[in-house]
Design a protein around this ligand. Structure first.
Ligand code: SF4
Length: 63
């Protein structure tokens, strides 16, 4: 799997219906409207344990 930039992880999480914030957000006052795979409970060992990243990334590339 390719290395993903933080921008890609954000774009993916924005498209993802399974995004689950893990509460380790650095911003507190701005709200929760900044999804990012790196903040998601399903993101383990630099990959998605639901295997959604590749699927969503393909959709992004085609968009
Ligand atoms: S880690 Fe997986 S479930 Fe979480 S936002 Fe990214 S693609 Fe979606």
């Amino acid at each position: 799997m390719k290395d993903l930039s933080m921008g890609q992880l954000k774009a993916i999480a924005n498209q993802c219906s399974q995004y689950e914030p893990n509460g380790v957000q650095l911003t507190s006052a701005v709200g929760n409207n900044n999804p990012n795979c790196a903040n998601c409970n399903h993101y383990q060992n630099s990959k998605c344990n639901l295997d959604l990243i590749d699927e969503i990334l393909n959709n992004l590339d085609q968009g």
